[in-house]
Design a protein around this ligand. Sequence first.
Ligand SMILES: Nc1ncnc2c1ncn2[C@@H]1O[C@H](COP(=O)(O)OP(=O)(O)OP(=O)(O)O)[C@@H](O)[C@H]1O
Ligand SMILES: [Mg+2]
Length: 123
Amino acid sequence: IKTMSSQIHISRVESDEFTILASLSHPFIVKMCGATFDRRNSMVNLFMEYIHGSTLQELIDEQIQLNSWLAMHLLQQLLKIVEYLQSVGIMHEDIKADNIIVNESYGLRLIDFGLAQRTDQGE
Ligand SMILES: Nc1ncnc2c1ncn2[C@@H]1O[C@H](COP(=O)(O)OP(=O)(O)OP(=O)(O)O)[C@@H](O)[C@H]1O
Ligand SMILES: [Mg+2]
């Protein structure tokens, strides 16, 4: 499995990206693989699955034609993600083309839970 890592400071770990992402399980949301703690600089390395593809923003920048089938297909997947997140009481707070990766088969994956928050509405 290829992994992708990013670093966050230990002080942010309790409430946000790592714990929220680790609690989620949805086919259209990036999967967390694990984390290591770097004692020297108090940083946490987050490991997540590597998603082959391009961000939606890159596709837009390359002026790839989003025909109506593809636009609907992407929107349907995005709505399923939002529905799932609402059901588990999480707000992503940063859904945008930069934080959406589209893979070779036009599957969509939501990434970057750096601003995500818990609501008290989860089931
Ligand atoms: N799991 C992943 N698989 C493949 N590429 C990824 C993955 N996660 C992030 N990326 C790439 O790295 C970029 C930045 O990741 P992310 O949005 O999680 O971090 P960020 O905090 O917004 O960082 P930045 O300030 O650099 O945008 C994404 O736009 C995407 O191109
Ligand atoms: Mg981002």
